[in-house]
Ligand binder design. Structure first.
Ligand SMILES: Cc1cc2nc3c(=O)[nH]c(=O)nc-3n(C[C@H](O)[C@H](O)[C@H](O)COP(=O)(O)OP(=O)(O)OC[C@H]3O[C@@H](n4cnc5c(N)ncnc54)[C@H](O)[C@@H]3O)c2cc1C
Length: 502
């Protein structure tokens, strides 16, 4: 009964969003520097979708992981930007509050979200420290029960708009150096001494309705606003980020499903050379890949629903989370590019979903861990495990590794070779991509144990096999080409007399 009502609620939230986007199409086409006006936000949030991230005894609707993923999927099908906005609030703010905040702070925040449309976000990135976030310079000192936090943060989703922020910083030590560990504090912008000023709003390339910018932080907080880690702050942040990376699967699935449905609808009715686009082999190829991505993203959601409840500490799930995040977000961008190709010039407009999708999905490959870095870390982790276990053959290792057993068996012929452990980073990144694909193939295999359509799973595994084969070629035959400095010398073709050739 309860399950039924939450599903209906999610469906209603999707219908409301669809109606609002149809009535106000400018929501997706206007580059709102300071974010969507509150009035329009109020319409989107009319049914309080974020209540799914708030436990029932705090006045929310509760909801299990799968409901939260289902909400992200449903909303992202209509708008990836709104889906991301829900994801920021749910995964980066409300869930960490639920799990780590002091009871009094938690109560106040949940109360604010339940009684009115409130928004929250997370600030980790600094102008000097993005990928290298652990070296951040935002710092704090504590005197009695008060914490003074100061620094500079940028690119926090919902800059200037969120009512609450989780802000990361390092403790100032007595020797004036900063502690290695990171602490996370909740800042309530409604309080006078907790103002965060926006120095600049960024002209972003996509995700128009979410404001981004540069913030100065100089706030005084009660010590109870600090999130309480079980062990260290870095572990808390890893638990939070790994959960959020896995939960992106909900956003990714909704988005990819929309790309697939749009592609089929367009190709069915568009006639070129006297026949429907669907009749062309290359078009069939593109759409079958989109369908495979839909299945793989579904498998990621299925996996994520099983492991990412708040009760499970995900600090040690780096490999799963990094693999899923990078494969998912590459699939999102590839799906958008494919839809734009199929729609032709018609799609190259901000008021067409195909053009919008390319710009809106691109930053997913950058935030929450740049994909190049994620793949590199996946490879490093596997190489370390192989070295420790004295494995040299890739198949031998992956076949016994819990995250890749089924997939390794399926693709044995391609994986049965000795690895070169001294390889350069670019080769390791290809290895990371292959292993990440295999991990997500393993998630896909798990769908065979459900009633999910087996023909979809069969096709998805075929597509993964083709992609791994192409990457194997790249890895085995890559020749290291170095960047040439001062390439401007002797490199202007106009200086040379053209030769009369055929
Ligand atoms: C739309 C959007 C939303 C965002 N939302 C948030 C948010 O809500 N909260 C927040 O705190 N931050 C957010 N960010 C910031 C985001 O997390 C950072 O941009 C990201 O961590 C990368 O940091 P950087 O931009 O400083 O890039 P850099 O750290 O300068 O890295 C740039 C590139 O250098 C390369 N690179 C870096 N290190 C390595 C390496 N070790 N090996 C190989 N290549 C490497 C990679 O290609 C990388 O993409 C957002 C960013 C965007 C664009």
């Amino acid at each position: 009964m309860e399950k039924q009502s939450l599903e209906t609620f999610i469906n209603d939230c999707q219908v409301v969003l669809k109606d609002v986007l149809t009535t106000y199409p400018e929501i997706e086409t206007t580059n709102y520097l300071q974010g969507l006006p509150r009035e329009l936000l109020g319409k989107i949030f009319r049914l309080q979708p974020l209540s799914l991230f708030i436990p029932e005894h705090y006045g929310g609707r509760g909801g299990e992981t799968r409901h939260r993923l289902a909400l992200l999927e449903a909303v992202s099908y209509e708008s990836i930007a709104v889906g991301l906005m829900m994801g920021i609030n749910g995964s980066l703010f409300l869930e960490p509050v639920s799990k780590y905040a002091h009871e009094q702070t938690r109560k106040e925040i949940f109360n604010s979200f339940v009684s009115g449309p409130s928004l929250g976000g997370l600030m980790i990135t600094e102008p000097g420290y993005g990928t290298d976030a652990l070296s951040m310079r935002t710092s704090y000192s504590q005197t009695g029960g008060l914490v003074h936090l100061k620094g500079s943060k940028h690119w926090g989703g919902l800059t200037g708009l969120a009512d609450f922020w989780i802000v990361t910083g390092r403790k100032e030590k007595e020797n004036n150096k900063l502690a290695r560990d990171i602490d996370l504090f909740i800042v309530d912008r409604a309080k006078r001494e907790q103002q965060i000023s926006v120095d600049e709003y960024y002209h972003k390339l996509g995700l128009f309705l979410i404001p981004y910018g540069l913030n100065s932080i100089d706030v005084t907080l009660p010590a109870s606003s600090r999130l309480v880690p079980k062990t260290s702050g870095i572990k808390l942040m890893m638990d939070l980020l790994h959960r959020s990376r896995l939960r992106l699967s909900g956003i990714g699935l909704g988005f990819i499903k929309r790309m697939l449905d749009e592609a089929v609808a367009h190709c069915r009715q568009r006639y070129v050379g006297g026949k429907s686009l669907l009749a062309y082999d290359q078009v069939q190829h593109r759409i079958s890949v989109l369908q495979a991505y839909f299945t793989i993203a579904s498998a990621m959601c299925y996996y994520t629903a099983g492991v990412s409840s708040l009760g499970n500490d995900l600090a040690s799930y780096g490999l799963q989370a990094n693999a899923a995040k990078s494969v998912l977000t590459d699939m999102m961008q590839d799906s958008a590019q494919s839809l734009l190709q199929l729609t032709g010039a018609k799609g190259y407009r901000r008021d067409h979903i195909a053009g919008r999708a390319v710009a809106d999905s691109r930053p997913f490959q950058i935030f929450e861990g740049s994909n190049d870095v994620m793949y590199s870390q996946v490879a490093d982790s596997i190489l370390r495990k192989m070295k420790d276990g004295k494995h040299f053959n890739l198949y031998d290792f992956l076949n016994h590794f819990v995250l890749t057993t089924d997939a390794a068996d399926r693709f044995k012929d391609m994986l049965n070779f000795e690895l070169d452990f001294s390889s350069v980073q670019r080769t390791r990144i290809v290895l990371g991509k292959i292993v990440a694909k295999l991990i997500t193939a393993n998630f896909t295999f798990a769908l065979y144990k459900t009633d999910f359509r087996t023909d979809l799973v069969d096709n998805a595994l075929e597509v993964i096999g083709n992609e791994i084969a192409a990457m194997m070629g790249a890895m085995k035959h890559s020749c290291v080409v170095r960047v040439l400095e001062n390439y401007g010398e002797n490199s202007d073709w106009k200086l040379y007399q053209p030769l009369p050739t055929a």
